[in-house]
Design a protein around this ligand. Structure first.
Ligand code: SF4
Length: 426
């Protein structure tokens, strides 16, 4: 390492302390993540650092980031063609605002993370994907204009603002052909993505963490959080809370502390993990910490790291029906499960909501037929959420279900996922 490089590293080695890493406050203003840090490390050392940090993807899948990097890097090496990195800044799930807030507050961290990832996998092109018409486009463009990099091609790409258009293969397909529909699981993008080159599609938050780890190392990253899930995470809390928004918390923080900090109202149920999430009681959540493991033990899923609290006066059945209707409208309409399956279960849930005694039987028959039959996981998420809702409705909420079957009708919630109302969602 040259003296200049050592001096650069020394200047940059001021890591933010505490948990305000991605969303610094005035008091904890994080230093700029160094763009050059990635160039001061070998690709293998960078990937090894990400592995040692234990970074898991934050786009919903929770896949180990180092394994993803390694797969793309090996494929790049074998095929002797430079890879492509996509920073996915599209917020697909209406229950989540974390990537929007990150892009607004710290767009440079996403870009730095994409540059570090490009160094790790051997990419010479970076695509910053944001929903068309969103403020993220201007925020990323402005941050990019302040970025100095040797990467030849780095651009902001506007993706249609639809739910499944931000799925990894849909983003790649859009960049290649202008069609923002998923291309299925048979041709993984890490093998053959943009320009038929190995492509790493990273969620915006994942890349921001990756860039910070490249700068400050795995030990710094692990200095907060739990041993199994180190570091901080962004999470969205909305619904029946006095202070809705996006928080950055250390993994493992007690969910009671999160509910208290956001002034959650007295309520029974929350949808955890997004539209493909699970209904869980606040009581069960209150015994849990915020981590994938603890959420799973509480009967939830991590998903997009959102908690949407259902107001006490609102109804799990009615809101599940509204979510299914939204998911059925959001499919790309190119596979059977999206064309026929989701509209059918959405219609059944609406019928159940309206007191149709046969709808429960139809739903139970249809769900296994749809599961794992789509070209992407969009229908699977809807099926899992529906199965969970049926367990709730025939378990702890069975009295309320009986009331619906006897003619009760609940009004749609005004506070719970208002973006799903047809007028807002169209
Ligand atoms: S399952 Fe739906 S969203 Fe996924 S590829 Fe098929 S049509 Fe598209």
């Amino acid at each position: 390492m040259t003296t200049t490089q050592e001096a650069t590293l020394a200047r940059l080695a001021v890591a933010p302390s505490g948990t305000a890493r991605l969303l610094p406050t005035d008091e904890t203003a994080a230093p700029r993540t160094p763009r050059t840090a990635a160039q001061l490390r070998t690709p293998a050392a960078l990937i090894s650092d990400i592995d040692a940090a234990g970074l898991l993807g934050r786009g919903g899948g929770g896949f180990p980031t180092a394994r993803k990097l390694l797969a793309v890097a090996q494929h790049t090496h074998r095929g002797r063609r430079a890879a492509v990195v996509v920073a996915n800044c599209c917020e697909g799930d209406p229950s989540s605002a974390k990537d929007r807030v990150l892009t607004a507050r710290s767009p440079h961290l996403i870009i730095d993370g994409a540059l570090a990832a490009a160094a790790a996998v051997g990419a010479d092109r970076i695509v910053l994907a944001a929903h068309r018409g969103s403020s993220a486009v201007a925020q990323l463009t402005a941050a990019l204009s302040r970025t100095h990099t040797e990467i030849a091609e780095i651009e902001v790409c506007e993706i249609p603002a639809r739910f499944v258009a931000s799925e990894a293969s849909a983003v790649v397909n859009f960049v290649n052909t202008g069609d923002a529909r998923p291309t299925g699981k048979l041709n993984p993008v890490w093998k053959k993505g943009i320009d038929a080159r190995p492509t790493l599609v990273g969620n915006a938050e994942t890349l921001a963490h990756l860039g910070m780890i490249a700068s400050f190392g795995p030990d710094w990253y692990r200095s907060v959080g739990t041993a199994v899930e180190p570091g901080t995470t962004l999470m969205t809390i909305t619904g029946a809370v006095g202070r809705p928004g996006v928080l950055e918390v250390a993994h493992g923080v007690a969910i009671t502390a999160i509910l208290r900090a956001t002034n959650a109202q007295a309520a029974k149920w929350a949808l955890v993990g997004g539209l493909a999430g699970r209904w869980v009681t606040l009581h069960a959540l209150s015994r849990s910490g915020f981590s994938t493991t603890a959420l799973t033990e509480a009967g939830a899923v991590r998903g997009v790291s959102s908690i949407t609290v259902l107001p006490a006066e609102d109804c799990v059945l009615n809101e599940t029906s509204r979510i299914l209707s939204y998911l059925a409208r959001s499919g790309a309409g190119q596979c059977g499960p999206c064309m026929f399956g989701l509209p059918a279960i959405a219609a059944d849930m609406a019928a159940l909501n309206n007191g149709d005694h046969e709808a429960l039987r139809r739903l139970r028959r249809r769900l296994p037929v749809i599961d794992h039959r789509g070209g992407c996981s969009h229908p699977d998420g809807a099926v899992a959420m529906t199965a969970n809702a049926l367990a709730v409705l025939t378990g702890p909420e069975t009295t309320h279900l009986t009331e619906h079957l006897e003619g009760r009708r609940c009004a749609p919630s005004a506070k719970f996922l208002p973006d799903l109302h047809p007028a807002a969602a169209s």
